[in-house]
Design a protein around this ligand. Structure first.
Ligand code: CUA
Length: 307
């Protein structure tokens, strides 16, 4: 779920409370001022006289604003200062924004080798996450409302954002900067897991791609090779080592495809392969509409089997 009103991290909580205080406070003041204004216009002359009195001007017009604004300033400064900073032992994650998807890399971490994925960020709860973001083309903006503020992804520059997921769950992140035709279809999943589950996930992602278990899936793999898919996509263990598009070694393990657009299953995968440009015009991947139905099913089945 994507919501800034359901904070699951430190920054998000602070932003949430700032929003609540500002909104509720602003609304109350607006209502009081509007009521007084209407009263001043419509009340009988002798009953509204006090509104122009010295006391009203002094307390309502001077003391109240000074007290309110003087309290809000330090509060705002504290909120700005208390941003999440990376703690010792933070988990580094690199995210690159591309038109229109997210390249995600977990650099080697102690004993653990590097892991690459796309459009999905899996994090352990309770551990500080140090995200560094960059862009491969234009300016994008990395935003997970449940965890905190946005950060721009700027070509030629690395920006940093830190958060700690406080509870397990599936959250949604989006691109928050117009970056082209399919800006609105540039989302990703953030999956916060218990530390043990995260370690298990990472161990699975480190493995080479699964071997096809059925003839149909083997046919899918052969089609993947013959179709030249490997010139853009990597499937580790098969020789496909393209760098242009998302790493598909474990594409079947992801929740969604097309950068958070569709649930991940054989049907949507087949639809995506055959109609990429119809579904997401302007994406870098061409439509492979000339595949026969059976070939398409084999190819999509093979993708889905890459858990
Ligand atoms: Cu990427 Cu908007």
């Amino acid at each position: 779920m994507q919501s800034a009103l359901d904070p699951a991290g430190g920054d998000a909580s602070r932003i949430y409370w700032l929003t609540i205080i500002m909104t509720v406070g602003g609304t109350l003041i607006f209502l009081v001022v509007t009521t007084l204004l209407l009263y001043a216009i419509f009340a009988p002359h002798d009953r509204r006289r006090w509104l122009g009195g010295r006391q009203t001007i002094l307390y309502g017009g001077l003391v109240f604003p000074i007290v309110t604004l003087s309290a809000l300033l330090p509060y705002g400064l504290v909120v700005m200062r208390d941003t999440d900073v990376p703690q010792a032992g933070a988990l580094p994650i690199e995210v690159v924004g591309e038109q229109y998807w997210w390249r995600v890399r977990y650099p080697a971490d102690g004993e653990q080798p590097e892991v690459s994925t796309a459009n999905e960020i899996v994090v352990p709860i309770g551990r500080s996450i140090a995200v560094s973001v960059a862009s491969a083309d234009v300016i994008h903006s990395f935003w997970i409302p449940n965890f905190g503020g946005k950060i721009d992804m700027i070509p030629g520059r690395i920006n940093r954002l830190n958060f700690t997921a406080e509870r397990p769950g599936v959250y949604r992140g989006v691109c928050a900067e117009f970056c082209g035709d399919q800006h609105a279809r540039m989302a990703f999943d953030v999956i916060a897991l218990e530390p043990a589950a995260f370690d298990a996930w990472r161990a699975e992602q480190e493995k080479l791609a699964r071997e096809p278990e059925f003839p149909l899936l083997a046919r899918g793999r052969d089609l993947f090779r013959a179709g030249g898919c490997g010139s853009c996509h990597t499937v580790r263990g098969t020789g496909a080592n393209g760098q242009f598009g998302p790493d598909l070694t474990h594409v079947g393990s992801r929740r969604t495809i097309g950068a958070g657009q569709f649930p991940n299953n054989v049907g949507t995968l087949a639809g995506w392969i055959a109609n990429t440009q119809h579904i997401k015009p302007g994406a870098r991947m061409p439509s492979y509409g000339s595949l026969s139905g059976e070939d398409l099913r084999a190819l999509a089945g093979y993708m889905e089997s890459l858990k």
